[in-house]
Design a protein around this ligand. Structure first.
Ligand SMILES: Cc1cc2nc3c(=O)[nH]c(=O)nc-3n(C[C@H](O)[C@H](O)[C@H](O)COP(=O)(O)OP(=O)(O)OC[C@H]3O[C@@H](n4cnc5c(N)ncnc54)[C@H](O)[C@@H]3O)c2cc1C
Length: 246
């Protein structure tokens, strides 16, 4: 009994990097082999702890990019002046080890029983847990309609671009590109605002459930916009990654 509790989600475990996938210039998906990983739900995150040779430690949280049952993965965006993300995205190689603990979080998760329709809104790397939710929805064969509104700086910055371009019945991906866009782009070219949400979001009366993830300012603006459209606050789940703007 005590042993079971100790080996729970708050226990640090050694993770071995099995592979690193290039997503964009600044984003990598890191596949982790954690022998005693207890499994996770779509939307949860884990903590990473790095220890330098002199014993200095740094911890950061990363959303789990894979759906339950898939190989464990995180997707990390490099912040130029950051402490941990440049190491994870530029230095880390297959075979390297680090410590992880998790899964963490019981609120920003989606299970098929929660139903929908699902309105997902992502700013930048905020797409990571929402991608896990989309994969969960597809793999479970759930009929719940999904709309993912995804704000990126440019087309080159879109994470999971090929995957999100694949057509999946009942799943719609709507991009907005806030800084630059390819010639002939007919989609949105501005930050998510109330007018965009009114066009994209399911109507509140449809009983939609919203998940909003990204930089703090993005999350606050989108959540306020959805509440303005009549979404009950309890139907808008949010996850903030930190201060960096989109
Ligand atoms: C639940 C959760 C899930 C997350 N999931 C993801 C994910 O899936 N992918 C992802 O890429 N990130 C994710 N993050 C963010 C991640 O945890 C890190 O914050 C991110 O990688 C930056 O870490 P860093 O060490 O590189 O940067 P840090 O060194 O922590 O710096 C972060 C930013 O703050 C600025 N800064 C640092 N110190 C100061 C200071 N003293 N004064 C002013 N500014 C300062 C830096 O300039 C930088 O821009 C998540 C965060 C949370 C809370």
């Amino acid at each position: 009994m005590a042993g079971t509790a100790v080996r729970g989600r708050l226990t640090w475990q050694t993770a071995t990097v099995s592979s690193v996938l290039v997503e964009t210039d600044s984003v990598r998906t890191i596949f982790l082999d954690v022998p005693d990983w207890p499994g996770h739900r779509a939307g949860q995150h884990l903590d990473v702890r790095l220890t330098a040779e002199d014993g200095y430690q740094a911890e950061r949280s990363y959303s789990i990019a894979s759906a339950p049952g898939e190989p464990l993965a995180i997707t990390v965006e490099r912040l130029a002046d950051g402490e941990v993300s440049p190491y994870l995205t530029q230095e880390l190689r297959a075979g390297d080890q680090m410590e992880v603990r998790g899964p963490i979080g019981g609120y920003f998760v989606w299970e098929p029983e929660l139903g929908g329709p699902l309105l997902l809104a992502a700013g930048g790397s905020g797409v990571v847990p929402l991608r896990a939710i989309v994969r969960r929805r597809i793999m479970a064969g759930s009929p719940v309609p999904v709309r993912l509104l995804y704000s990126s700086r440019s087309w080159a910055d879109v994470i999971y671009r090929d995957e999100l371009s694949r057509s999946e019945p009942g799943v719609q991906v709507i991009h907005t590109l806030t800084r630059s866009h390819p010639d002939g782009w007919t989609g949105y070219t501005r930050r998510v605002d109330a007018a965009m949400l009114a066009e994209v979001a399911f109507r509140a009366a449809e009983g939609a459930l919203a998940y909003v993830c990204g930089p703090t300012n993005f999350v606050e603006a989108v959540a306020a916009g959805l509440v303005g459209l009549g979404y009950p606050a309890g139907r808008v789940r949010t996850e903030r990654f930190g201060a960096s703007g989109q």
